[in-house]
Design a protein around this ligand. Structure first.
Ligand code: CA
Length: 370
């Protein structure tokens, strides 16, 4: 998508769609005749989440509405939540086999099929969401993502981002590395491997059972997302220490599309779909940011006992060393993983210098004169 907007030909995207995007609805109505020759298309999209799990379920819902309106009701995408298809972690196969033409999921669920998929979601101590989107759209990420998913005949696009996730809810404070030894924690993915190397007993518990497990002491700590999504889970009522993030600095959701089905679409529908994916992906990040802003205020007001903590420096150093070891071990076994990791590391090294003197220093400076 590097040159995506440059490639859009005005003839390819319907005038109506462009006018809807720019908010000129009255003119759009006059131009709807331009789309009357387009075929009726009906697709199905399977999500990894239940329909009610906002904001993760929001991008597909908004995408379907946008695509329908931009195609004057011709291109319909029917959404199925995990509560219906019952296969939340099998989205890749279902799209590959064309049971569903599209999916909405997160790439790292498929690390069992290709370890490189994990790097496309988020990396512990890796890029934040702005840096990661810059890498994807303008730093070679799109081309590398294609390399990962081409063998499955599936295209993978950004589908929403949580922004920085919090380090999780802990019943006890973590003061030394020793406090991690034997700690029972729900922390999935690569971060789970990192913590496991430091003596944490990493467990995998279904989301619906997390609250009870934490309450009854089956686990001592867990991570979920951030205030916006954590508040409905209620963890803040039973675990007072809320640690700041390190492990999922920019978790990306993803849209999957069956390549053969995409190729059959008229060019205008392809462009509508790509535009809607890009818009709804960005939208989820803003949505989740607003939800966290409001939820954090509410949590603090209702439970002033909550203490925000950052892991001590020596604990963080051990976590970073463990992260590097996990990443380097995978890189030594898988050339594509190594290629993506190198690309991300090189981009981040440049980007972080800019982030520090721009966003980071702006916030530090403005806080100084509050
Ligand atoms: Ca998480």
């Amino acid at each position: 998508m590097k040159h995506f907007f440059k490639r859009i030909s005005i003839g390819a995207i319907t005038t109506a769609a462009l006018l809807v995007l720019s908010g000129c609805g009255d003119k759009a109505e006059q131009n709807t005749k331009t789309t009357t020759t387009q075929p009726a298309v009906k697709w199905k999209l399977a999500m990894s989440w239940p329909t009610t799990l906002e904001p993760l379920s929001t991008p597909p819902a908004k995408l379907a509405q946008m695509v329908e309106e931009m195609s004057d009701g011709k291109f319909i995408i029917e959404i199925q939540g995990a509560e219906k298809h019952k296969a939340p972690l099998e989205i890749l196969d279902m799209v590959k086999n064309n049971q569903f033409q599209m999916g909405h999921t997160s790439s790292y669920y498929f690390k069992g099929k290709s370890i490189s998929t994990a790097l496309l979601t988020t990396v512990p101590f890796g890029m934040n969401s702005t840096e990661q989107y810059a890498w994807y759209y303008y730093g070679g990420g799109e081309e590398l993502t294609k390399k990962v998913y081409d063998p499955f005949k599936v295209d993978c696009y950004p589908g929403g981002n949580t922004g920085v996730q919090m380090g999780g809810w802990f019943k006890k404070e973590i003061n030394t590395l020793n406090d991690l030894k034997g700690l029972k924690m729900r922390i999935p993915g690569m971060a789970g491997e990192v913590f496991s190397n430091l003596g944490v007993v990493v467990t995998n518990i279904a989301p619906a059972d997390l609250y009870t497990s934490l309450d009854r002491g089956t686990i001592d700590a867990l991570e979920w997302v951030g205030p916006g999504m954590d508040i409905t889970m209620g963890f803040h009522k039973i675990a007072p220490y809320y640690y700041t993030g390190w492990h999922e600095p920019a978790s990306e959701m993803h849209f999957f599309i069956n390549q053969a089905e995409f190729a059959k679409l008229p060019k205008s529908y392809q462009t509508i779909l790509k535009t809607a994916m890009r818009a709804t992906a960005a939208d989820m990040m803003y949505d989740n940011f607003a939800k966290s802003t409001n939820a954090w205020q509410q949590m603090q007001n209702t439970y002033p006992v909550i203490k925000v903590k950052t892991f001590p420096k020596d604990v963080l150093k051990a976590m970073k060393a463990s992260t590097d070891k996990v990443l380097n071990d995978y890189a030594s076994k898988d050339p594509l993983f190594e290629e993506i990791l190198t690309s991300q590391r090189e981009f981040m090294a440049k980007a972080r210098v800019w982030t520090k003197i721009s966003e980071y220093d702006y916030i530090t400076t403005s806080e100084m004169v509050k």
